[in-house]
Write a protein that binds this ligand. Structure first.
Ligand SMILES: Cc1cc2nc3c(=O)[nH]c(=O)nc-3n(C[C@H](O)[C@H](O)[C@H](O)COP(=O)(O)OP(=O)(O)OC[C@H]3O[C@@H](n4cnc5c(N)ncnc54)[C@H](O)[C@@H]3O)c2cc1C
Length: 74
């Protein structure tokens, strides 16, 4: 059993895709305020940032939590 390997045959593509890794590198953001390090009044939150979680609510939580953090500062 321990040597049994499961090889996915493919993905279902965008039809059922649920999270994207939006493209904004977290190294450019303050993890406290979600503002750009070199542009402190510009905030990025949620899925536009290169953050993903396992399915089951973690992506919603990230979107809400990062939005709350930015909103508090803004
Ligand atoms: C089918 C599906 C199922 C999912 N299921 C789950 C789940 O069970 N659990 C979980 O945690 N996550 C789930 N996710 C992921 C989760 O929905 C996202 O990670 C989260 O909603 C991202 O929030 P966001 O506010 O960053 O972006 P979004 O919710 O995408 O919000 C972006 C908003 O910006 C608006 N917008 C875009 N362009 C412009 C513009 N030019 N001007 C003004 N407004 C604009 C859009 O209309 C949209 O309302 C799912 C995603 C999909 C697609």
């Amino acid at each position: 059993m321990h040597r049994w390997q499961v090889r996915p045959s493919g993905t279902e593509g965008y039809r059922t895709a649920e999270v994207t890794l939006g493209g904004l590198d977290t190294r450019h953001l303050s993890s406290r305020t979600m503002a750009l390090n070199d542009q402190p009044n510009l905030y990025f939150i949620g899925e536009v940032v290169d953050v993903t979680g396992h399915l089951g609510g973690h992506n919603f939580q990230w979107a809400w939590a990062s939005g709350h953090a930015a909103g508090e500062v803004a």
